[in-house]
Unconditional design. Structure first.
Lengths: 349, 259
């Protein structure tokens, strides 16, 4: 139950052209900012939108989309969880879950029994007679998942499945979803702009920006070695592009970053904001990485203050609120920033 | 509230309500029983109710699919189609009657074939009343249902498609239930319009007691011979209209606003 997809869609300002494959039992997260074309991609996979080009092939031989062919949505053995869930308000929860079985020819009693079984599995036993409007956000999300999974789909599509939930419910539902995805035998494609969802739920991550795949890898690889500013920001890193020369990286903007290993050619240097220290005077001793920078913005970020710094090495530093107060910093202030060479991750571009 | 708005508003209310009050005040309440049981009155009322109901059923059967085509299909020239469909809304009903006569009359473009094939001539029959009322009233239903369809979230139909429902199944099991309040409201509007139909009916179906003389025609005729009878018949229509309005507000519009 593998999926091979190449999807080309041109709509207004959006030019989507992405290719990826998903193996049996694999969960692929498509991570990207709003407007990157993620939802459009899912609509094409679901058969709700006819693409301008490309192919969607399932199991190696079932062609769902090709330049000659478009299999309509209702003929595709898939399940989809929509961003707003879209549980039918006029049907009971059980009838919502049974819907996909009834349309595919199951008898009423059999469909009802299977639906009840799934409601039980997602923790909604006894709530089948309620209307969707009478469910909490987490319960509705579970019902939507049961409705998508009930027909044993080959492909499961999830469009921002946790975005409608409050933070606390999200934690629980995310863990449950992880369990159900692990048990799911088919391929799953999850679209999200939340890196935590992608990291927690996916086996592999595809990052899409402006309609193109900019990075593919396991969640750990993507988190450790982001390849675009967008991903770096998501995973809380500052990304510096430059050219390796010995134990130094020459940045495109002119600065030099010392690193712990020998590097050559085009590289990224990634810096964790919490590893950046700020000083009012040039620090004594001889740290190899020390730059005079200007503080351009400071925003509280949990227990730390996130300081955006401009200069030859544009950085972000997280300093504790106490340290920030002691330094007496304000936007426009001149500071010295330092990072240990060993704290800079460096990898080829 | 500023006077330039308040005064005209009050005048408008008076203008709309006073004639109805006059009808109630001038009604020969003591004569109500005998007038209502006069021969012909029950007949006209029954004919009105039956033909308006049939016209509404025909409108539902044809109008709901038409509204779906207007709201959901990718058909070219939909805006032209919508304009054509709404013409009967603004057309003087008498003109509608004449047009129906030219097409469906015994010498009409379609009516001639019908007559030659079956010997049946549509004008001046009860069926002609239903046809005339349908012609005038169906656009109310179509516009109302199309509005409901546009307001309904089409993504529910996407969800149904990913659950294996083809477009017909989706229409029956998802779209129709979602817009049911809108369809009901449209049907009540359509029925009320059909019930009051005068111009197209008298032109196309004539004014034959028992077969084509509906309440509005009976009222008009009675006014010339027996004004008291006309007032009583008008009261009956007023009562039916008010009952419709209450039904519409209390049940359909209330539920429609929630959906």
């Amino acid at each position: 139950m593998s999926l091979d997809a190449q999807v080309v869609v041109r709509r207004g300002s959006l030019e989507l052209d992405v290719a990826f494959s998903v193996a049996d039992g694999e969960v692929l997260a498509v991570l990207g900012p709003n407007g990157a074309g993620k939802s459009t991609l899912l609509r094409v996979l679901a058969g709700l939108l006819v693409p301008d080009g490309g192919r969607v092939v399932v199991d190696g031989d079932q062609v769902w989309n090709s330049p000659q062919q478009h299999l309509p949505a209702h003929q595709r053995p898939l399940g989809m969880v929509f961003q707003d869930l879209l549980l039918f308000p006029h049907l009971s929860v059980a009838d919502n879950v049974a819907f996909g079985l009834r349309t595919r020819g199951a008898g009423e009693a059999a469909a009802r029994a299977t639906a009840e079984g799934w409601l039980d599995r997602v923790g909604l036993a006894g709530l089948g007679d309620r209307r969707p409007g009478q469910l909490s956000g987490g319960q509705a999300q579970r019902a939507a998942l049961a409705r998508a999974l009930v027909g044993d789909p080959r492909l499961l599509l999830l469009d921002e499945p946790l975005s409608s939930l409050d933070a606390r419910t999200r934690l629980t539902v995310r863990a449950e979803l992880h369990r159900h995805l692990a048990a799911f035998a088919g391929s799953a494609v999850l679209v999200t702009h939340d890196p935590v969802d992608a990291m927690a739920l996916a086996d592999r991550v595809v990052v899409v920006e402006e309609g193109r795949v900019v990075q593919t890898g396991t969640p750990a690889e993507v988190a450790r070695r982001p390849r675009t500013d967008y991903v770096a920001r998501l995973v809380g890193l500052v990304l510096l592009a430059g050219t390796g020369a010995g134990q130094q990286v020459q940045l495109a903007g002119g600065g030099v970053v010392a690193v712990a290993e020998e590097v050559t050619g085009p590289v990224f240097a990634a810096v964790r904001p919490e590893s950046v220290a700020l000083y009012l005077e040039r620090p004594v001793g001889s740290p190899r990485n020390v730059w005079p920078l200007e503080l351009v913005a400071a925003t509280p970020h949990g227990s730390v203050v996130r300081c955006d710094l401009a200069g030859e090495v544009p950085l972000t530093a997280d300093v504790t609120a106490t340290a920030f107060a002691e330094l007496g910093l304000a936007p426009g202030a001149q500071v010295w920033a330092s990072v240990k060479a060993a704290e800079v991750a460096v990898y080829t571009r | 509230m500023p006077a330039p708005l308040l005064v005209p508003a009050l005048l408008a209310v008076a203008f709309l309500v006073l004639p109805l009050l006059g009808l109630v005040i001038r009604a020969p309440w003591s004569q109500l029983g005998p007038q209502l049981t006069r021969p012909g009155v029950g007949e006209a009322l029954r004919l009105s109710l039956v033909s308006a109901t049939l016209a509404t059923l025909v409108s539902l059967l044809l109008g709901v699919p038409l509204a779906w085509v207007l709201a959901r299909s990718q058909l070219r020239g939909r805006s032209v189609l919508r304009a054509l469909v709404t013409v009967p809304l603004v057309l003087p009903p008498v003109v509608g009657g004449v047009a129906l006569f030219l097409v469906l009359g015994r010498q009409g473009i379609v009516g001639r074939w019908l007559f030659e094939a079956t010997g049946f001539s549509l004008p001046f029959t009860t069926a002609a009343v239903v046809v005339a009322e349908t012609f005038v009233a169906m656009p109310f239903l179509v516009i109302s249902v199309e509005g409901a369809l546009r307001a309904a979230d089409a993504r529910f139909e996407d969800a149904a498609a990913t659950l294996g429902a083809d477009r017909w199944t989706t229409f029956r099991r998802v779209t129709l239930p979602l817009v049911a309040p809108g369809i009901a409201a449209g049907a009540v509007l359509c029925w009320a319009r059909a019930l009051g139909e005068f111009g197209a009916t008298i032109t196309f179906a004539g004014n034959f007691p028992g077969t084509t003389q509906t309440m509005p025609l009976a009222v008009y005729l009675a006014l010339q011979r027996d004004p008291e009878a006309a007032i009583v018949l008008s009261l009956v229509l007023l009562a039916v209209s008010l009952a419709t309005l209450l039904l519409l507000r209390g049940r359909w519009l209330g539920r429609g606003a929630l959906a």
